[in-house]
Design a protein around this ligand. Structure first.
Ligand SMILES: Cc1cc2nc3c(=O)[nH]c(=O)nc-3n(C[C@H](O)[C@H](O)[C@H](O)COP(=O)(O)OP(=O)(O)OC[C@H]3O[C@@H](n4cnc5c(N)ncnc54)[C@H](O)[C@@H]3O)c2cc1C
Length: 297
């Protein structure tokens, strides 16, 4: 962690809430489902698909997870009623992974069943390294029953090639990202170039095996590597999609769309924006640099 990052991490608790809201502003749709629907409509009009997520993670009470399940069902209802092009993403620790694995399994199952009635799709995010084994176990178990379910692999993690090979064996639908959590060197690559090389290698494994991949990155070198693989494997646009975060690299996402690729924008919403933003900035103070840069732009 650089000295600047350390200062950011230690001063975060005293940063006034309105300032954090300003930092979080470009990345979230708002606090309510209505805010979310407006953003989905606007992105769909621009030719982008969306993945909707409700903010929340590492909950300490089962009621919070139950509330999240009910909110996800309402979101799926609204997306279907308004014929919007959006699927959803869930975080295992929002749905109780740290409280009780079986409880979390049932919660995700309920959401998957509801999504299935609308022929919609659910992606389960990957969180920090202590949750990876349980998350993959949940994924593999539910994947046997549901084909509208996807998971995430983080190119930063040293274990990811083994995980990808397990997922290839079951024909999983995988989002590939670098990984937002700063992990100890023992478990994760810390060199930017190695992470890029690993991302490209994992993407090659997945696409060559015929897996549907959500290519989640704003790193133009990786977008270029993906183009190269898509061309080499002669893939059709329906065999993969690019994915980017709301409020990040709007120019690049337009370039990718205009080159004829499908692109999905990840848009989170919900009242828990404050603890979420603080945790995200503290987990990875590098993000603060990005945010400051985009505010000054
Ligand atoms: C759709 C989607 C879903 C994701 N899901 C997960 C997940 O489940 N688990 C997980 O660990 N991680 C997830 N991530 C985050 C991901 O792991 C990376 O942390 C993030 O995408 C930054 O990596 P990058 O590949 O864009 O490369 P970087 O090199 O980090 O970024 C490239 C450029 O993009 C811009 N940029 C990137 N991030 C930001 C930002 N937050 N604010 C402003 N500008 C930015 C900067 O200009 C930067 O130079 C997801 C990312 C996306 C796009």
């Amino acid at each position: 962690m650089s000295p600047f990052d350390k200062v950011v991490a230690t001063t975060l608790p005293v940063v006034p809430k309105p300032l954090v809201r300003r930092f979080a502003g470009p990345y979230i749709a708002g606090e309510t489902l209505d805010d979310q629907i407006r953003v989905i409509e606007s992105l769909n009009r621009e030719g982008f698909m969306v993945v909707s997520g409700i903010l929340g993670e590492f909950v300490s009470r089962q009621e919070e997870s139950e509330e999240a399940v009910a909110d996800y069902k309402k979101a799926l209802d609204a997306i279907a009623a308004q014929k919007l092009d959006s699927n959803i993403q869930v975080k295992p620790t929002h749905l109780g992974l740290k409280l009780d694995k079986e409880f979390c399994y049932q919660n995700i199952r309920t959401i998957l069943e509801h999504a299935k009635t609308y022929e919609n799709f659910v992606r389960m995010d990957m969180e920090d390294s202590p949750t990876i084994d349980d998350t993959l176990e949940l994924y593999l178990r539910l994947h046997e029953e549901f084909d509208n379910f996807g998971c995430v692999i983080q190119a930063r993690m040293r274990r990811s090639l083994d995980d990808v090979r397990r997922l290839v064996n079951v024909g999983a639908n995988v989002r590939l990202c670098k990984g937002v959590y700063l992990e100890p060197r023992e478990h994760a690559y810390t060199d930017r170039h190695i992470i890029q090389e690993n991302y490209t290698m994992l993407l090659d494994e997945l696409l060559s095996a015929g897996c549907y991949v959500g290519i989640a990155t704003h790193d133009e070198l990786l977008v270029w590597e993906a183009y190269r693989l898509i061309d080499r494997l002669e893939l059709e646009p329906h065999q993969y999609e690019f994915q980017m975060l709301h409020g990040v690299e709007r120019e690049l996402r337009t370039i990718v769309r205009d080159a004829g690729h499908r692109l999905r924008v990840a848009v989170p919403y919900g009242p828990s924006w404050y603890p979420y933003s603080i945790r995200r900035l503290r987990n990875n103070p590098e993000i603060t640099g990005y945010v400051l840069k985009s505010i000054f732009k």
